[in-house]
Design a protein around this ligand. Sequence first.
Ligand SMILES: [Zn+2]
Length: 308
Amino acid sequence: MQLDIDERVTEELDRAKENNRLLHVYLFYGGDDKTMLDEAKLFAAKLYCGCLNCPTCKAILEDNHLNVKHIGIEEGKTMITKEQINALEAEFSMTSLILGPRIYIIDGIDTASQAAQNSLLKFIEEPTMQDEVYGILIAYDLNNVLTTIKSRCGLIRFMPKSFRELEDALAQKYSLDDAFMLASLTNNLTLCEQLYNDINYIKVKDLLHSFLNLSNSKDAVLFYLANRDISKTILQYFLKLLINIYHETLTLTKLLSSPIYDKITALKQNNSKAFLEDRLNTLLRLETKLKYNVVEKNVLHELIISFF
Ligand SMILES: [Zn+2]
């Protein structure tokens, strides 16, 4: 079984274990789903053995160990439910049939409702839970985890995959342009896959396509007039995509072909480095303006004025 792990995290947890300073609950965030889950299973396996080849280690890695409970979002659902958390609590309130530490892994704690998270909080705080019970909570969006939970966990940040790694992974499943755009918008594989069907993503794709095909200032004005009621989210996405396109005109060394990459190549061939840098700076400035709540249509207007 091939484990995707983050070496830095493994070392940090190994060190804590060697020094007898393991915490009872850790919150993993920042990485992609497979890496964070594999790391959680590796952590559980190391509490028993860690060789990864013996029957015990294998059972843990395959979700077949009696003392290791892994819950994730069930098929057809979009979140961890309160029922799942309650079932976990019920299971852990009973004595285990076998000796050894007990570990629960909750993959996607950030999707659980506030009520479910509060229920988990009580479980974490129960005094009987203190010894020989370890929890790994995996979050994709830390903003959706209750502060009270965060404050009781050891926070473990994973390094996001590089843009290119993420794009390569997405290109296995989507077109290269979608892979480029999704990887430009978020650095998490699971979020990228959710975004693919998001209405804002579908809208920004169309918007980008029209923008890249503008060839004169008259069309650009029409583009502005047609899109001046743009939402903040879509404009943020749009700027992020343009920023990455211009960033690629300055840094891309690989030869890739798709409508967007052809555009990148053309921009690179037809313009000086100074010109492209200037455009990138304009985009970054507009992104900051949007962050500081300059009205969306004014940001879009400035973009059109600067580019055409
Ligand atoms: Zn082993």
